[in-house]
Design a protein around this ligand. Structure first.
Ligand code: PHE
Length: 357
């Protein structure tokens, strides 16, 4: 019996895992295990022998069972230790950063523009993106037959038959905001009106929706010289080039007289565009002195008031400032190009073009 005890206790001590332990349990104290076989032999013994062998066998069974339980606990503890060692966490490691949203470059540039004009006393005005053809055209001295209506590739809103409301269009420019603002607030005024405009046009430099910023300054003695100064101040601040040169080319818009298209100085070297140097020119906006008919359409007396207006493409100047070659990039869902084009400040979402990096 001592042999049995030695054999099983040492096997239990050596068991590597719970499965091995179970095998040992079955072999030793299971129904058909060695201890059970010995118990069966009790029947053949004399009562005296039985009296000592019986309790001894029971004690052996108990001893093996408690050795098994102890070993089982020890194995579980060891397994837990092992797991804890394998799954340790270094809580001092920096966290995994998730990609955060960023402000869209058009929004950022709109803000930059707004801030610069605000410094010159311009406040922001707004108008609807769906407007009547009166605000978009007629009030701006573009009558029904005028070729400008066709040139602007206008999107017209669908009208059901018998619907007699005036025709509505997706505004083709921000100029209707001039009319809406003067109608409501009269003169004098000094506003810019940034916003979306729509034309049926699509290629590398045109998208059906794009952004403009309108400028309007009306007072008793506003001249083209004021227009030139304001624009040059703006370009110097926006492109961060002191003394940037502008070129005013005589042009025609129905709503301004005289009218001028404005170019800014630039150079092209090794395919690199540089704003504010060299002897090249880039067109950036249309402008002029507000036509008396436009003032009258907005109930402002052209005998008393006069002023300038301009309309500038926001996407255009964003492309120029940040060197983005294809306007369609603004609509790309993959925004990695933002970083490629140096919108580093956009790594941190902010409403103020934050230089927090
Ligand atoms: N509305 C004109 C355009 O979209 C730009 C412009 C605005 C020109 C104001 C002159 C004055 O092309």
């Amino acid at each position: 019996m001592d042999d049995l005890k030695q054999k099983y206790l040492s096997r239990i001590a050596d068991a590597a895992d719970e499965a091995a332990l179970e095998d040992i349990r079955l072999a030793a104290v299971g129904k058909k295990g060695e201890v059970a076989l010995k118990m069966r032999e009790l029947g053949k013994m004399s009562p005296e022998e039985r009296q000592t062998a019986g309790p001894a066998l029971n004690a052996l069974k108990d001893e093996i069972n408690s050795a098994l339980a102890a070993k089982k606990m020890a194995l579980a503890d060891a397994a837990l230790d092992e797991r804890l060692r394998g799954e340790w966490l270094d809580v001092t490691l920096p966290g995994r950063s998730r990609p955060a949203g960023t402000i869209h470059p058009i929004s950022q540039v709109t803000e930059e523009v707004t801030a610069i004009f605000a410094d010159m006393g311009f406040s922001v005005a707004e108008g609807p993106q769906i407007d009547t053809d009166w605000y978009n055209f007629d009030a701006l001295n573009i009558p029904g037959h005028h070729p400008a209506r066709a040139e602007m590739d206008t999107f017209y809103m669908h009208r059901a038959e018998g619907d007699n409301r005036p025709p509505h269009v997706l505004r083709t420019h921000t100029s209707p905001v001039q009319i809406r603002h003067m109608e409501k607030h009269g003169a004098p005024c000094r506003i810019i009106a940034p916003g979306r405009v729509y034309r049926a046009d699509y290629d590398q430099t045109h998208t059906p929706m794009f952004n403009q910023v309108e400028g309007l300054a009306i007072d008793k003695d506003i001249s083209m010289a004021n227009l030139k100064w304001v624009l040059e101040e703006f370009f110097a601040a926006f492109f961060e080039v002191d003394g940037i040169k502008t070129r005013f080319r005589a042009s025609h818009f129905p709503f301004t007289e005289p009218s001028a298209e404005v170019d800014i100085q630039c150079s092209w070297e090794d395919g690199q565009l540089r704003i504010g140097e060299g002897d090249g020119w880039l067109e950036v906006l249309g402008s002029g002195m507000v036509h008396p008919k436009v003032l009258r359409a907005a109930n402002v007396d052209p005998e008393v008031w006069q002023g300038f207006a301009f309309g500038m493409g926001i996407d255009r100047i964003a492309m120029l400032k940040y060197g983005i070659p294809d306007l369609r990039a603004f609509f790309d869902s993959d925004l990695r190009w933002l970083r490629h084009y140096g919108f580093a400040s956009l790594d941190v979402p902010t409403l103020h073009g934050g230089l927090s990096r």
